[in-house]
Design a protein around this ligand. Structure first.
Ligand code: NAD
Length: 291
């Protein structure tokens, strides 16, 4: 296939490189100067999109996505698909899908989980919203960039799945960290706490696969000075998106809301920026609670 790839940052660059390495012809554009192995860089987004069978975007937010989509959908060839892999608000995904259908094109929202290591290794998970026909068409590309692609429903369903998952993750990480801080104060050894909880009803991905306590459980960012991994500010971005979505549909999400407030405080006022999201353990370990 001929692929246009717009947004060649931490995630986009390795994804585009994997598509090129698999034999696809990849034309890429980023607003900053980049070099990506196997990818022909174009001077603007339209040139990358013009003759593409699929245009993939991997951009920072919904506003930028809307503006790029507005620009490139007009020049895409009939029958081409627009595949957005960014994490953005559900409304922007749906607006882009509408814009695409006005141009007679099919659009998919396909945010990912797996982070930078998953992008490099080609084992991302895609959560996909939009027409099944388009999903089937780009399936071979999901197989190169990822290990799994789940069709979640109509436009926006991929973004909905992503923010629901990460709302659970944010709240669960906080619960795991506050439990470690409580265990410390009760003189319960962290390793013993892990041994019990990881095989009891408190187990979770945060505890079992990504333990926030250094030296406990499998290797995780905690064992590497909390270098991300999944940065706290990206977790905050996703928690903000889930709160924005909850407000739009009047959903009651008290734990998600509290998690959003705690990560906002951590990133904005407690030096959490640039650290892995599991570093929130330090916040609870250092603080005395008010009761
Ligand atoms: P990034 O900032 O490294 O990359 C975004 C790229 O988009 C940058 O290179 C930027 O120059 C480019 N860009 C911005 N405006 C543009 C425009 N108008 N035209 C062309 N290029 C433009 O971010 P990233 O880490 O690659 O994340 C991309 C998306 O993936 C985000 O939506 C993020 O939430 C999501 N995501 C990231 C991770 C992660 O671990 N980094 C994990 C899952 C999902």
């Amino acid at each position: 296939m001929r692929i246009g790839f717009i947004g060649l940052g931490n995630m986009g660059a390795p994804m585009a490189a994997n598509l090129a390495a698999a034999g696809h012809e990849v034309w890429g554009f980023d607003q900053i100067d980049v070099t990506v192995p196997g990818v022909s860089v174009t001077p603007n987004a339209r040139d990358a999109a013009k003759q593409a069978d699929v245009v993939i975007t991997m951009l920072p937010n919904g506003e930028i996505l809307r503006s790029v989509a507005h620009d490139v959908l007009q020049v895409m060839q009939p029958g081409a698909s627009f595949l957005d892999c960014s994490t953005v608000d559900v409304d922007s995904s749906r607006a882009v899908a509408d814009l695409a259908s006005q141009s007679g094109l099919l659009a998919l929202d396909a945010p990912v989980s797996g982070g930078i290591t998953g992008a490099a290794a080609g084992n991302l998970t895609f959560m996909v919203g939009g027409p099944v026909e388009a999903f089937k068409r780009v399936q071979p590309l999901f197989e190169i960039m990822g290990q799994k692609a789940v069709h979640c429903g109509d436009a926006g369903a991929g973004q909905a799945a992503k923010i629901c998952n990460n709302m659970i993750l944010g709240a669960t990480m906080i619960a795991t960290c506050e439990a470690f801080a409580l265990a410390d104060k009760l003189d319960l050894d962290r390793q013993k706490m892990f041994d019990v909880v990881s095989t009891s009803s408190g187990y979770s991905w945060s505890m079992n696969a990504y333990c926030p306590a250094p030296g406990v459980g499998p290797q995780s960012p905690a064992d590497n000075g909390y270098q991300p991994g999944f940065a706290a500010e990206l977790m905050l971005k996703d928690l903000n998106l889930s709160q924005q979505a909850a407000a739009a549909v009047n959903a009651e999400t008290p734990m998600g809301k509290h998690a959003q407030q705690i990560y906002a405080q951590f990133v904005e006022n407690e030096n959490g920026m640039g650290l892995d999201f599991s570093a929130i353990l330090q916040k609870f370990s250092q603080q005395d609670g008010e009761h």
